[in-house]
Design a binder for this molecule. Structure first.
Ligand SMILES: Cc1cc2nc3c(=O)[nH]c(=O)nc-3n(C[C@H](O)[C@H](O)[C@H](O)COP(=O)(O)O)c2cc1C
Length: 201
């Protein structure tokens, strides 16, 4: 048996466009601290236009096609987001609306997804997290269950780019392990299903 851990490719999405965003900072930190078998590509939402069903036809808008293709090609998605007015930030919801089409057969169908929220408030963006779960369920994403990761008072946990809460970071990093475990389980199931199809079982 190989002792090289099986790699998974994750698309990381921040729900904030802000240059000094704590959520983007946290996402980048997770990319840096992730185990070598967890490869995270941070995908920015800056160039995704406002969703308009009239524009959602072939040929696809290049920025949208690129976003959808990256998600399709990934093994899973990690969303790190703030909460705006007790809800999912518009930029994130907008990008997910693009990604959700074609409905019921989108790049998110069957995709493993983990959510982290963070906020300077003690509530840590938990309400956005719950709304986001509902949005992803409608897209047939496979949400990773386990402890909900809500980073409260996030502004006090960064000193520049350095994260000062070591125990908290361990807990947040566990999200990536759970995401990887679910992806590997899905992989194993799809191998069994293929074998079953070949043998006509
Ligand atoms: C329009 C707006 C609405 C906000 N609403 C909430 C909110 O409902 N709950 C919350 O915890 N923080 C709220 N905040 C504060 C954000 O959590 C804070 O600005 C945070 O730093 C944004 O995330 P970022 O640092 O990743 O950009 C709001 C901020 C803005 C600009």
């Amino acid at each position: 048996m190989s002792d090289v851990a099986e790699a998974v490719r994750i698309v990381g999405i921040s729900g904030s466009l802000r240059k000094a965003s704590f959520n983007t900072l946290l996402l980048k930190l997770l990319k840096e601290k992730a185990a070598p078998c967890i490869l995270i590509e941070v995908v920015a939402l800056d160039h995704i236009p406002l969703y308009n069903e009239d524009l959602d036809r072939l040929p696809q808008i290049p920025e949208v096609a690129e976003f959808r293709n990256k998600i399709s090609a990934s093994d899973g998605v990690l969303i790190v987001t703030p909460e705006y007015n007790h809800g999912v930030p518009g930029v994130l919801k907008n990008a997910l609306d693009w990604a959700s089409c074609p409905a019921f057969n989108s790049c998110f169908k069957g995709k493993s997804v983990s959510i982290i929220s963070s906020s300077p408030a003690f509530t840590g963006g938990v309400r956005a997290q719950y709304q986001l779960r509902e949005v992803l369920v409608s897209m047939y994403a496979h949400l990773v269950t386990g402890p909900e990761v809500v980073v409260a008072n996030v502004n006090s946990k960064f000193a520049g780019n350095a994260y000062t809460d070591d125990d908290g970071l361990e807990f947040v990093l566990r999200t990536l392990q759970l995401l990887r475990e679910q992806i590997l389980l899905q992989r194993a199931v799809s191998v069994v299903q293929k074998d079953h199809a070949y043998t006509g079982g």
